[in-house]
Design a protein around this ligand. Structure first.
Ligand code: FES
Length: 227
């Protein structure tokens, strides 16, 4: 299984970390995003900027299948169009007032967003993956470039996600989100059966990966500063 990096699909967060009727923030390649889930369970990803006055939509709240901005309460429907302005309740908002949705996919226990409209389709029907229920373990923010982390955990070159066979933890789905220069999110999921002890071991492994990656990144930074 592979997922392309540049121009492809990016794993924003664990599905389990976004309850129905809630919103959260994410950052993909330096682009701030609002991720929210409607009452029917559908995930949405938009640029994290209200079309009114630029408030972060990720701080908003979900009401009646729409995301409402925290500042003046403008509501935006699933397609991003403004559907309600509290200060003008009788006004039908013009279709030009809209948030900026990205393409979204949800599979393998992760919420993915496409960097561009041309990003390819996820191989959601990969038979090896379809047969495996993935159990969320944890997400970690790592203050180090994603390429170094990918190499350290054994992702194929240029890939952001892969299934790793680890002797101790069994099959592991590891997915990396490049947050920006010098930082990434590592999402870990375990294949069933996933006993509690195994999940703890895997979470510890993620912390080790983070510690080593940040130490290495710090050494590179210091050697560059001294040179
Ligand atoms: S800034 Fe969002 S409603 Fe005003």
């Amino acid at each position: 299984m592979s997922v392309t990096g540049d121009g492809g699909w990016y794993p924003l967060m664990l599905s389990a970390d976004l309850e129905p009727g809630t919103a959260a923030g994410s950052t993909m390649l330096g682009r701030d995003l609002a991720v929210w889930r409607d009452g029917l369970g559908q995930a949405h990803v938009w640029d994290d900027r209200c079309p009114h006055r630029g408030m972060r939509l990720s701080l908003g709240f979900v009401r009646e299948g729409a995301l409402a901005c925290l500042y003046h309460g403008w509501r935006f429907g699933a397609d991003g169009r403004c559907v309600h302005i509290p200060a003008h309740p009788d006004l039908s908002p013009p279709g030009t007032i809209r948030a900026a949705p990205l393409r979204v996919a949800e599979c393998w226990g992760l919420i993915w967003a496409a960097a561009t409209d041309e990003s390819g389709t996820l191989p959601e029907d990969d038979p090896a993956l379809a047969a495996v229920p993935w159990v969320p373990v944890r997400s970690l923010r790592i203050e180090a470039p994603w390429q170094g982390v990918a190499g350290a955990i054994g992702l194929p070159e240029g890939e952001l996600a892969a299934v790793l066979d680890r002797d101790v933890d069994g099959r592991v789905l590891a997915a990396l989100l490049p947050v920006g220069e010098g930082a990434c999110m590592l999402h870990l999921l375990a294949a069933e059966p996933a006993e509690v002890a195994r999940l703890h071991d895997l979470a510890d492994w993620g912390q080790d990966v983070r510690a080593r990656a940040e130490e290495r990144a710090g050494q590179v930074f210091l050697s560059g500063a001294v040179a």
